[in-house]
Design a protein around this ligand. Structure first.
Ligand code: FES
Ligand code: FES
Length: 159
């Protein structure tokens, strides 16, 4: 199968049941995306597929042969990384690549005007703290660094 990752096309001879996360980590040795739960519940494995954030543990690599995959390695350097450092938006750092990929995708979604559950119906979404928390709610942090991630993301959002 073929897999385009961070602008490079790879040919892989792997079991068709391999998840995108395992293809990235175990076969392409791109270890930025982390395996937290392997069940779509923590967001540590978040990458961008054609610019949209996904949990790569829930996606079969073979189903994404026409997509462009962007991992934290391909996203770097990104203003979110600097903002996370400035605001101390992490402790152990295990969730951080997923948080940053997710935040990058989320900022793009918000810029397109996509609503979230925190946006009252009919209103334009603005990236308030409540909006950021809601839109980032699929990314868990076991260290509980949320309080510092929100201002980091808000800064990059231009607030
Ligand atoms: Fe994919 Fe947790 S490892 S969501
Ligand atoms: Fe440790 Fe988030 S910084 S899990």
């Amino acid at each position: 199968m073929k897999l385009a990752v961070n602008g490079v096309e790879h040919t892989l001879d792997i079991d068709p049941r391999t998840t995108l996360l395992d293809a990235l980590r175990e076969h392409l040795h791109l270890t930025g995306a982390k395996k937290g739960c392997d069940h779509g519940q923590c967001g540590a494995c978040t990458v961008l597929l054609d610019g949209r954030r996904v949990n790569s543990c829930l996606v079969l690599a073979i189903s994404q042969q026409d997509a462009e995959v962007t991992t934290i390695e391909g996203l770097s350097p990104h203003p979110l990384q600097e903002a996370f450092q400035e605001h101390d938006g992490f402790q152990c750092g295990y969730c951080t690549p997923g948080q940053i990929c997710s935040a990058a995708g989320m900022l793009d979604e918000a810029a397109k005007g996509w609503p979230s559950a925190a946006t009252p119906a009919g209103e334009e979404p603005t990236l308030s703290d409540a909006e950021i928390r809601e839109r980032m709610s699929g990314n868990l942090c076991r260290c509980g660094a949320y309080a510092n991630m929100v201002p980091a993301i808000a800064e990059v959002a231009g607030r």
